[in-house]
Design a protein. Structure first.
Length: 141
């Protein structure tokens, strides 16, 4: 998969201003052309996150749309449907144990989790993960 190759082998590209956003725009374009059901799901997640209290969308520093809870990033979704959420270690362990998410694709032992959005059936679970990330941020001082 091109995404994993770039993330693992070409991570130095992230240091080039604008490169992650360009790469993610290409992922988003490919998703639009080849997987419209996934694109609709991504759009539904973005719309639902915008409606959450204290959540604002923005550009993620490594491409995609970031979701910022009270000004601090809690989650982001890439143009290929990969949702990453910062849920803390305890939530991460529970989500992995219950098979509700995967270990983060780059930092598998961190408080981040990853979840692949494939179609509309994944939207409720993705929104729930964003809510868990917001609740974690709210409790973290």
């Amino acid at each position: 998969m091109i995404f994993e190759f770039v993330v693992r082998r070409l991570k130095w590209l992230a240091a080039i201003p604008g490169a992650p956003q360009i790469f993610d725009a290409m992922l988003f374009s490919a998703t639009a052309v080849f997987d419209p059901a996934r694109l609709r799901a991504i759009s539904a997640i973005e719309k639902a996150a915008k409606e959450m209290p204290d959540v604002r969308p923005g550009v993620h520093r490594l491409g995609g749309v970031g979701f910022f809870f009270r000004g601090k990033e809690c989650s982001h979704i890439h143009g290929n449907g990969l949702l990453d959420c910062f849920v803390g270690q305890a939530n991460r362990a529970a989500l992995l144990r219950d098979d509700r998410a995967s270990a983060h694709h780059v930092f598998p032992r961190s408080g981040w989790i990853s979840f692949w959005v494939k179609d509309g059936a994944d939207v409720p679970r993705a929104i729930d993960l964003i809510r868990i990330a917001c609740a974690y941020q709210q409790g973290a001082k």
